[in-house]
Design a binder for this molecule. Structure first.
Ligand code: MTE
Length: 334
């Protein structure tokens, strides 16, 4: 399998040399301190039949999938909801599936932090269940296959903006989170939704070796954010079940927020009456807040957020947009 050679984030954009040094040494320095900061350093109108962007000649790698249920194959590819269009080409599949941010699958001995696809083969996603708890009527343990069958699937083209300034545009398959929330029937005391990722040390090299992180990965949204029409649960990518490195078998997608809000491989959902904590806020509170909306005018403490580069080309630099360009859908929430 061929791999794309990506430049490191500190080779891009307007990071100063000092930032580079800081970033490059960050993992070592903070490991010595006993903690690691957020690794969070991430066209023309495209229609339903959009072509992928031009990219290097590489073999497409989408990873192995082992999640399955009766009737799943018939659901892919799902028909596209054309209400959600892009302003840029779709990212080549090989880039979106080989440049990932998934800390559970970082091998500290691998110099790149983006190689999750190399370490996911041990991850068992068969027979996936989600435990739903808290302020709702329909709580309990649900088989993911049953939930997907109940929800149905559609495809949406969304932009994705990592806080580290890389960006992509991909076709997710899934269903609106609002539909799932309605199925669980939260009561009117529920103000927030919390989600938790799978955390299996024996299957996840990052969890096994990076004990300074507060595993499992956890995230949350306000209920009005969760119920917004853009907020999506993805079970597929590029018309197929989602690869493990992209968050198999189910992940959140919140396209107007920095990518770290889009929690992967979800095993628990809870409805609560208070703002839940989040993995990155707990790890580096001075750098990562709860809302985390894309806001180019507010720099990250260690780099600018004015621009972003599109996978797989660090020289393909675009201006970042407020709410990642989704202001018409979400600006009224803030
Ligand atoms: N979810 C978990 N469980 N663990 C992670 O490390 N990384 C986040 C988010 N969800 C992450 C996660 C970040 S920082 C980003 S940018 C996106 O996943 C990356 O999604 P992708 O790898 O599919 O592009």
């Amino acid at each position: 399998m061929a791999n794309i050679i990506f430049k490191k984030p500190w080779e891009n954009l307007n990071l100063k040399p000092t930032d580079e040094d800081v970033y490059f040494n960050r993992r070592t320095i903070l490991k010595q301190l006993g903690m690691v900061t957020g690794g969070l350093i991430a066209a023309p109108f495209i229609s339903a039949c959009a072509k992928e962007a031009e990219g290097p000649e590489i073999e497409t790698f989408t990873g192995d999938n082992d999640f399955t249920f009766e009737g799943m194959d018939a659901l892919y590819p799902a028909s596209q909801n054309t209400a959600y269009s892009l302003d840029r080409p779709i990212t080549i599949e090989a880039a979106a599936t080989q440049y990932n941010n998934f800390y559970e699958f970082i091998d500290p001995d691998d110099p790149s932090i983006y190689n999750a696809h190399r370490y996911v083969s041990t991850f068992d996603t068969r027979d996936w269940k989600i435990e739903v708890s808290g302020l709702a009527n329909n709580t309990g343990v649900f088989h993911l296959g049953d939930l997907i069958t109940e929800m149905g699937l559609e495809e949406r083209l969304y932009r994705h903006r990592c806080v580290e300034a890389w960006a992509m545009a991909v076709p997710w398959t899934g269903f609106p989170l609002s539909k799932l929330i309605n199925f669980f029937e939260p009561n009117n005391k529920a103000t927030h939704i919390a989600m938790i990722s799978s955390s299996k040390p024996s299957q996840m090299v990052g969890v096994r070796t990076q004990d300074w992180y507060p595993w499992p990965y956890f995230e949350g949204l306000r209920m009005d954010e969760a119920m917004n029409e853009l907020t999506f649960m993805a079970t597929g990518l590029y018309g197929k079940p989602i690869p493990k490195q992209n968050g198999a078998p189910i992940r959140l997608v919140v396209p107007w927020k920095y990518g770290y809000k889009s929690i992967k491989s979800i095993v628990k959902i809870a409805f609560t009456d208070r703002q839940p904590g989040t993995f990155w806020n707990q790890t580096v509170p001075e750098e990562y807040g709860f809302l985390s909306n894309v806001e180019p005018s507010i720099p990250h403490p260690r780099w600018s957020q004015e621009n972003e580069w599109l996978l797989p080309d660090p020289d393909n630099i675009w201006k970042s947009q407020r709410f990642n360009g989704y202001g018409d859908y979400v600006a009224h929430l803030y």
